[in-house]
Each structure stands twice: as structure tokens, then as C-alpha cells.
Design a protein around this ligand. Structure first.
Ligand code: 3PG
Length: 217
């Protein structure tokens, strides 16, 4: 499953998390993210129009678009029908995981403890979302959880901003960092796509430098 997600993310180390309230804005948003260098994005199933926004963004072509905040198998089905290439959940739910398997789509369940992580591993999942990362101890918790589970890849998300990005990506166990700081609700509501593009470009540059530094001698 993690290999599939790796392939979908295609080397992306940032995952913009989007809560879209106006599906009419989805195309401009996809343009701004792609212009900033993002390769993927997660559209959360928290708004009535999330499915439509996902459909528009998935059709854009420049981004691998997944669905977030998927908490039921039925949402996973709708997300995949709308074009989701991966599914993210805030927690661990066997039924959501089973449905994603049936649909053949990579799933990234949320975990916040070693117990939840072990449940994911038991079900054959080696890539998990650490959520809500900052509230449960941030980097210290991430390092402590990564140590006993060397095969696991993490997508820390929740409360992370530009200032924390490099710290998380310095940890080799981090596959990608997720967050809404590049396209906040305020930026989406004001339609400030230039700023979304700038923040995305900054994050992409920081991510590239941080990941390159991991392998530096
Ligand atoms: C999520 O759904 O992944 C989080 O709400 C994103 O967290 P953030 O808004 O704190 O970045």
C-alpha cells in the first residue's frame, strides 16, 4: 500500500490540505497550487461541495488529488468516483481501510499512538498520518513513534505551518507533511491565489532543501 502511495505522490513532500467551500474556485485553486510546484493535494470531505471541488481539481491534470477527512466507507466510494487518487482519514477505521482496499486506492489512516499504529501495521499499512501532529507533541512524538517502527512512513498533519516544515522533513521517516497553511480558509475566501501560489512555492523549496539535506554527507 505504501509503495502505491509513493507512486501517487511522486516524490512530493508536501501535501496541501484544502477545505473548499466554493467549488467555483476549485479550478483557480488547482492552478495556483500547480503553479507553486505542488504535485498533490487533499480535498477534505468537510463541506457540502467537497465532492464537486475534488472532481474539478482531479480533472485539472497537474495534481494528484486525494480525499481527506474520509470517515465512512460510503465517503471513500464517493471520493474515488469523483477522481480521488488516495484517501486520508483522521483516524483508524477498519471499514474505511477495507473499502479503500476493495476500491484499489491507497489509504492513509490517522494514528495518534503506538497502539493505533500497531493496528495499522497488523492490517498491512505502513504509511500513516500522524494526527493531530502538533497537539500531540509534534516532532518529539514523531521521533518517539518512529523509533520502534523503522518501516513506517509518516505524514504528520495538524497545526503544522511553514515554520515547522523543515523540522519534520529532516526526519527520514517522514514521507510528506500535510497542512492547510498554504491555502487557509482566509486565503480561499478572499480568493488570494497569488498568495496561495507563493506560500506553496516557498513550501516546495523548503521541502526540497530539507529532503536533500537528509542524504548530505
Ligand atoms: C487535516 O484535516 O488534515 C487537518 O485539519 C489539517 O490540519 P491543519 O489545518 O492544522 O493544517
Amino acid at each position: 500500500m505504501s509503495a502505491d502511495l509513493d507512486a501517487v505522490l511522486d516524490g512530493a513532500h508536501i501535501l496541501p490540505v484544502l477545505t473548499v467551500r466554493q467549488p467555483a474556485a476549485a479550478a483557480s485553486l488547482a492552478d495556483a497550487l500547480a503553479a507553486g510546484g505542488a504535485r498533490c493535494a487533499e480535498v477534505t470531505f468537510r463541506t457540502p461541495d467537497a465532492e464537486q471541488a475534488l472532481r474539478v481539481m482531479a480533472a485539472h491534470g497537474g495534481l494528484a488529488v486525494g480525499a481527506g477527512t474520509v470517515v465512512t466507507p460510503e465517503q471513500a466510494e464517493r471520493a474515488v468516483a469523483a477522481g480521488a487518487r488516495f484517501v486520508v482519514s483522521p483516524g483508524y477505521d477498519e471499514d474505511v481501510v477495507a473499502k479503500c482496499r476493495e476500491l484499489g486506492v491507497p489509504v492513509v489512516p490517522g494514528i495518534a499512538s503506538a497502539t493505533e499504529l500497531m493496528r495499522a501495521l497488523r492490517d498491512g499499512l505502513e504509511t500513516v498520518k500522524l494526527f493531530p501532529a502538533e497537539s500531540i507533541g509534534g516532532l518529539g512524538t514523531l521521533r518517539a513513534l518512529a523509533a520502534p517502527f523503522p518501516r513506517v512512513r509518516f505524514v504528520p498533519t495538524g497545526g503544522i505551518g511553514a515554520a515547522e516544515l523543515a523540522g519534520y522533513l529532516a526526519v527520514p521517516a517522514v514521507l510528506a507533511v500535510g497542512g492547510s497553511w498554504m491555502a487557509t480558509t482566509a486565503l480561499l475566501e478572499s480568493g488570494d491565489y497569488a498568495q496561495i501560489r507563493r506560500l506553496t512555492a516557498e513550501a516546495v523549496a523548503v521541502a526540497a532543501a530539507s529532503v536533500a539535506a537528509r542524504s548530505a554527507p
